[in-house]
Design a binder for this molecule. Structure first.
Ligand code: FAD
Length: 294
């Protein structure tokens, strides 16, 4: 790794200015658990590192009056794991955060870093996508927001403009009788996901599905939403037949590759299985809630 200068701004505006000044050789650093490895092979070499963890606003988890949440980009996985509102209302996000590495990694790894590293296997990304999260972005032109799906353009690639910074991930408030689920398949403990799936479902008083979403990890160049799933399930009971449809739709949506971890065929089949299990978990949680989401 080449020499680099280290900067610790106290505000987003300072971070943006440091990044603009450093140009293409500058990088934002959150927990560093992906960046430090990437720096060993970065071309051109990284000459300036801008540490975001000193920016207090980026470490906040803000709960809105309606129950929606803004997760600061530098919020760690460990902070997500122990947050009471997230545990009560977004347990699938807590499960995904808890699946990242071991405790030392989770004390450093941030949600913004997980999302901005743009790995298709990133654990929090399918849950955030299924929940309908939005990315809050700061840049030279001010602040803008976009659906999370529009942030990723390929493995390790973002649609952020040069120098832009993710400041928060905004989770919408969930309607009553909404549940979420997360399932992940790995070869060994603390391994990166072979396949992962997240699901969200809302039930009416008669236990019929009024809204549903599912997202898959590690089966396409980016984390992937299962298109058309909400419309296909609307009005259905959350029964075995409906869950079989989820399995079929998810397997059909997957676009996996063969690699040293698993064959594409196995990944496709497991994408269906993980999606079915995640949706079953989401529906069970939705049934168990009388008011707010879980
Ligand atoms: C031993 C080990 C085990 C791991 N296990 C898992 C696992 O099980 N599941 C999993 O999903 N990941 C895993 N990872 C990967 C990594 O820990 C996660 O992706 C983590 O969330 C990255 O967050 P970070 O804060 O460390 O990001 P950093 O490494 O600081 O940054 C990652 C990238 O995002 C950019 N970036 C960071 N924050 C911002 C921002 N706010 N705006 C714009 N760009 C930004 C950085 O410039 C860099 O390019 C593992 C890593 C290690 C080393």
């Amino acid at each position: 790794m080449d020499d680099f200068t280290y900067h610790a701004p106290a505000t987003v505006a300072e971070a943006l200015a440091l990044r603009a000044e450093g140009g293409g050789a500058a990088r934002y650093l959150a927990g560093g658990s992906d960046l430090l490895l990437a720096m060993q092979r970065a071309e051109p070499p990284v000459a300036r590192v801008i540490d975001l963890k000193g920016i207090a606003a980026l470490r906040e988890i803000r709960v809105a009056a309606d129950g929606g949440v803004a997760l600061g980009a530098a919020v760690t996985m460990a902070a997500i794991e122990r947050h009471a509102h997230l545990l009560a209302h977004y347990p699938a996000l807590v499960a995904a955060a808890a699946a990242v590495g071991g405790p030392p990694i989770r004390n450093r790894a941030t949600v913004g870093g997980n999302v901005c590293n743009a790995s298709p296997a990133a654990d929090t990304s399918p849950v955030l996508l299924a929940l309908g999260a939005r990315a809050v972005i700061a840049g030279g032109g001010g602040e803008r927001e976009l659906p999370l799906a529009e942030l990723w353009s390929g493995p390790g690639r973002l649609t952020l403009l040069d120098g832009e910074l993710l400041t928060a991930v905004r989770l919408p408030a969930l309607p009553p009788r909404t549940g979420c689920g997360f399932q992940r398949l790995t070869r060994a403990a603390m391994d990166i996901a072979l396949v992962s799936a997240a699901a969200v479902c809302t039930l009416d008083r008669g236990d019929r599905i009024t809204a549903a979403a599912c997202a898959l990890g590690a089966v396409a160049p980016t984390v992937l939403a299962v298109a058309g799933l909400g419309a296909a399930l609307a009005g259905s009971r959350a029964d075995a037949g409906t869950l079989a449809r989820v399995e079929h739709l998810a397997a059909a949506a997957a676009r996996p590759i063969d690699d040293h971890r698993a064959s594409a065929a196995y990944r496709r089949e497991m994408a269906g299985v993980m999606a079915r299990r995640a949706m079953a978990e989401a529906c069970d949680r939705a049934r168990a809630t009388s008011g707010g989401a879980a």
